[in-house]
Design a binder for this molecule. Structure first.
Ligand SMILES: Cc1ncc(COP(=O)(O)O)c(C=O)c1O
Ligand SMILES: N[C@@H](CCOP(=O)(O)O)C(=O)O
Length: 473
């Protein structure tokens, strides 16, 4: 499998290079040159497979030609062995036609573990085969950080610098990152928003000089491998609900609490690969740039506002670029010019054709904090479930939107409620306990640095802390 950049001006690469490169050299994101497609017969063969085997089958076409291709099934099995639910991503029925796809049974209690547990192993396998080490730089609004740190801690071939917006994650999220005492883990609290953190990371990737000093890679969903691993659970849900498999095909809908657009783009990829998804609902909090786009056809940036669902406090959704590339018939030059305009003017009209093309697969939804609290309280009353504020934005969308009544609806449960105890308590009066392995999280010592949102300051900091920069000097 070969991969091309969404801006059409970077080398076409194989899977190993795409994993290690993260962001393309032209500033774009990598996508497979063509989508693998599962025929009805292929889909029938997936029925009844345990999650790791299903995952290996779905992802295999993407790693053809990689040095890990031969051992891929073993790596996938290892990645999911530590999940606390045998089904890895179980479905729970919430009402007559709504299911919650619980994606939070991994080590850090959020959907990020599903991809990052695998990515840690893939980095190690490919880098050790090449005798290389590299530096991972990531931005997090709370969950990617702890999942990436957990996946990379103490690994010989990588060190990781993780940027989070100071004071804008939940305390549990921050402590899950900053209490990890591994020598190869560096946490940085940036004085700014998640978008500032993400811009800093992209600035480092676009700085050829810095990348020559220090080989960089990404664990955010700008890295294709993240999206690849997130495709699997859409198929798992489709199989569990009989949307695919020997009983035939019937369409279904997914509702996805959205920030950086990686998770919902994985759903789009699943659709391109043969899963009969009727619609993908992009559920946003008050940071509703995407909901406004679906209504108007314009992407218009506003200031990020803090909400009860902090991991979705994002205005610049990186993976929207991948969708734009698809909707624009893979015209990289057009994608570049639209995104340049967006960056310069903070607003761009996509035009009728692109807008309608995107609206044929997606619809938007927004919910403010009051609505989020009300939804969490209602779910507790109606089905006994405590759900986290991000997942609640999704289940509220399923409740309010006029979705075709014949469709089963799957809402993605993106985090465990114990990661957001204050919000859950405010909504329901109950404080969900952390699992026993995290019970002493509040007593563990924290380690992080505070930096301004300044690329030069960040570069100097990384140089001064990096074991790999020291080795290169
Ligand atoms: C709990 C939770 N829900 C939803 C999201 C949004 O997902 P995405 O960024 O893939 O759109 C995130 C962060 O990514 C998250 O941590
Ligand atoms: N919500 C995310 C933001 C980064 O998203 P990613 O999927 O691109 O890593 C987080 O929790 O950090």
């Amino acid at each position: 499998m070969r991969y091309c950049s969404t801006r059409g001006d970077a080398p076409v690469l194989g899977f190993d290079e795409v994993l290690l490169t993260g962001l393309a050299s032209d500033g774009g994101l990598y996508l497979p040159e063509a989508w693998p497609h599962f025929s009805a017969a292929d889909l029938d063969e997936l029925a009844g497979l345990p999650y790791p085997e299903l995952a290996a089958r779905i992802m295999r076409p993407f790693v053809v030609g990689s040095v890990v291709a031969e051992r891929f099934d073993l790596l996938v099995a290892e990645a999911y062995a530590g999940f606390e639910h045998a089904a890895v991503t179980p479905l729970k029925q919430l009402d007559a036609r709504l299911w919650l796809l619980e994606l939070f049974h991994g080590p850090t209690l959020a959907f990020k573990d599903v991809a990052l547990q695998l990515l840690g192993l893939l980095f190690d396998a490919i880098l050790s085969a090449r005798g290389q080490r590299l530096t991972i730089v990531g931005a997090t609004s709370g969950d990617t950080g702890s999942a990436a740190i957990e996946a990379c801690r103490d690994r010989a071939h990588v060190e990781i610098f993780m940027l989070h917006p100071k004071g804008r994650t939940s305390e549990v999220q921050r402590r899950q990152m900053t209490t990890v005492q591994a020598a190869n883990v560096h946490n940085i609290a940036i004085e700014g928003s998640f978008d500032d953190c993400q811009d800093l990371v992209k600035a480092l990737f676009n700085d050829r000089g810095f990348r020559a000093e220090l080989p960089l890679s990404a664990v955010n969903s700008i890295n294709w491998a993240r999206v690849m691993a997130q495709i699997v659970y859409y198929f798992a849900a489709g199989l569990a609900l009989g949307a695919i498999g020997p009983g035939g095909r019937r369409p279904l809908a997914f509702v996805v609490p959205t920030g950086n657009f990686g998770n919902v783009f994985a759903g789009y990829a699943a659709k391109r690969m043969g899963l009969p998804i009727e619609t993908l609902v992009v559920a946003s909090n008050a940071n509703d740039i995407l909901a406004r786009f679906f209504e108007t056809g314009a992407l218009a940036m506003e200031t990020v506002v803090p909400t009860l669902s902090p991991s979705m406090d994002i205005q610049v959704s990186s993976n929207f670029e991948r969708l734009l590339f698809e909707a624009a018939d893979r015209d990289g030059a057009l994608v570049r010019s639209l995104l340049d305009r967006f960056r310069e003017a903070r607003r761009v009209e996509l035009g009728e054709q692109l807008w309608q093309a995107i609206r044929s697969d997606f619809q938007g939804f927004r919910l403010d904090d009051a609505g989020t609290l009300a939804e969490m309280a209602l779910r507790r009353q109606e089905s006994g479930e405590l759900i986290d504020p991000h997942s609640a934005v999704g289940t509220a969308a399923a409740r309010s939107l006029e979705l075709d009544r014949r469709l089963p609806v799957v809402a993605l449960g993106t985090a465990h409620p114990a990661k957001f105890p204050d919000a859950v308590e405010k909504a329901t009066g109950e404080r969900p306990p952390l699992p026993p392995r995290l019970a002493d999280l509040y007593e563990r010592p924290e380690r992080f640095e505070v930096l301004p949102a300044d690329t030069e300051v960040l570069k100097a900091h990384i140089r001064s802390r990096s074991a790999l920069a020291g080795a290169a000097a």
